[in-house]
Write a protein that binds this ligand. Structure first.
Ligand code: NBP
Length: 477
């Protein structure tokens, strides 16, 4: 009998090719297939010596080259292409086989696909993969959803190729159906928030601190050695120290200031709106990109009055204050993201372990950071933690950072430097800790114009004021 592959990858653009190579480099025989054969051929020609690849031109031959139960990783452009591939492969598979969508699908699509394929006895495993093309090759963070049964067969292979921290894989069964893609989506949302906060720190150091990009690169390099230590801080230093070879200018000064987005940040915010979870940090980051990408409005508003920042305005303590604002705001963004994961887990019955998510994000992915260890410890200690902000480590970190954080938000407002991430994180923090919120007034307004009723602080039940009458008596609703 000819050799069979343990796993197959269809879709051999940059991500699929690198995942296939990663499996092969770990000693697994990998079946490879792509819609157009050229990519398959190129993979085997260029990297065939890295392991054992079984290339196929047709979907039928590809499926026939896999051991049973079959494990087929789909790595194609998310959306209709994924449905096209499922439609092509599902009829060729048998009950118990697995279709693993490792692309960036929306979790609702994954839920729909999983339900449909389950009826045919197939496991559909929506799997988040983070780390870009380098991660796919050298060890990504992997977030598989789908059935527990499928993880028993597939998990060991995924764990094998994932990043490792102290020998532990950055891969865990997240939960059923769309849980894996949901968590990957929130991961990307947190990534948006983290990047926005770093950008605000840079902007304030430049405008109010008067530092050059090269000097700020050194500041970030220093921060990377401390509690902010993370991949994003590390690459920020690299980007800031880069000079444009053509003009000799700092690279950051020759790049058009319009941030792009592919959509996962927007999806995260849309889902948070549905779940009613205030992820203001991620939302501000998505909106800040949208604002940057609106040249017409920006040009029209360029002459609006307001202060221009003065270099040195922040005084000598500015750098330390910004470090505090960045750390505290980052904690808020992660706290919000984890709260969203917990809310979705409850809503969809996924039973996600938040500590395990922090654990598998410690390496291989874009938001890998030192402080994820503390998030893991916080949820391990108390899995139902209502917010990370009340965990001992984070409580102390935020209380310690508070004065600098407040000074930075005030300075940004005074100097006219936009810092929506820092400001909204602080407003969220103050909102959460407030003994009384002005929501009571909003309830009064709602009752006035719409008889929406309200509850009282001193007795149970719903009430309504007869606002249209002269004596405006309160009546039970
Ligand atoms: P792309 O997203 O650029 O997709 C290209 C692949 O999709 C090619 O193999 C192409 O086949 C195939 N494809 C298309 Br397009 N339409 C198809 C169809 N109707 N039927 C069959 N195959 C079809 O590739 P990528 O950048 O490697 O990303 C793959 C997935 O991984 C995406 O979902 C992406 O969001 C996700 N992801 C990417 C990154 C990253 O850093 N790039 C990170 C994490 C996740 P062809 O060769 O015949 O045109």
């Amino acid at each position: 009998m000819s050799e069979k592959a343990q796993i197959g990858v269809t879709g051999l653009a940059v991500m699929g090719r690198n995942l296939a190579r990663n499996f092969a480099r770990h000693g697994h025989t990998v079946a490879v297939h792509n819609r157009s054969y050229a990519r398959t051929k190129e993979l085997v020609e260029q990297f065939g010596d890295e392991g054992t690849f079984l290339p196929s031109e047709s979907a039928q031959d590809f499926v026939a080259s896999l051991e049973r139960p079959r494990r087929v990783v789909i790595m194609v452009k998310a959306g209709p292409a994924t449905d096209a591939v499922i439609d092509e492969f599902a009829p060729l598979l048998e009950p118990g086989d697995m279709l693993i969508d490792a692309g960036n699908a929306h979790f609702a699509d994954t839920r729909r696909r999983e339900a449909a394929l389950k009826e045919r006895g197939l496991h559909f495993v929506g799997t988040g993969v983070s780390g870009g093309e380098e991660g796919a090759l050298h060890g990504p963070s992997i977030m598989p959803g789908g059935s527990r049964e499928s993880y028993e067969s597939l998990g060991p292979l995924l764990e094998d190729i994932s990043a490792k921290v102290d020998g532990e894989p950055c891969c865990v069964h997240v939960g059923p159906d769309g849980a894996g893609h949901f968590v990957k989506m929130v991961h990307n949302g947190i990534e948006y928030a983290d990047m926005q906060l770093i950008a605000e720190a840079y902007d304030l150091l430049r405008q109010a601190g008067g530092h050059s990009p090269a000097e700020i690169a050194e500041i970030f390099k220093g921060w990377n050695e401390g509690r902010l230590g993370s991949y994003l801080i590390e690459i920020t230093a690299e980007v800031l120290k880069q000079a444009d070879p053509e003009t000799g200018q700092p690279f950051v000064d020759v790049v058009l200031d319009r941030a792009e987005q592919k959509g996962t940040g927007r999806w995260t915010v849309q889902s948070a709106l549905d779940l009613g979870v205030p992820i203001s940090g991620i939302a501000e980051a998505v909106f800040a990109r949208a604002l940057s990408g609106d040249p017409v409005a920006r040009e029209a508003a360029a002459g609006l009055p307001g202060p221009s920042a003065t270099a040195g305005a922040g005084g000598t303590g500015l750098q330390a204050d910004i470090e505090q604002a960045l750390f505290a705001s980052k904690i808020v963004a992660y706290a919000q993201g984890f709260q969203q994961i917990q809310a979705a887990s409850k809503e969809y019955g996924w039973d996600i372990d938040p500590g395990a998510m922090a654990k598998i994000w410690r390496d291989g992915c874009i938001i890998r950071a030192k402080f994820l260890d503390y998030i893991k410890q916080a949820y391990d200690k108390s899995p139902q933690l209502p917010t990370l902000l009340v965990d001992d480590y984070f409580l102390e970190a935020v209380s310690g950072a508070q004065q600098g954080w407040r000074r930075v938000v005030a300075l940004a407002a005074e100097q006219g430097v936009p810092a929506p991430g820092f400001a909204s994180a602080l407003a969220y923090y103050d909102g959460l800790r407030a003994k009384r919120l002005p929501a009571a007034l909003i309830q009064g307004q709602r009752d006035f114009f719409g008889a929406h009723t309200y509850q009282r602080v001193d007795k149970p039940g719903a009430f309504h004021v007869l606002w249209a009458t002269e004596d405006r008596n309160e009546v039970p609703a």
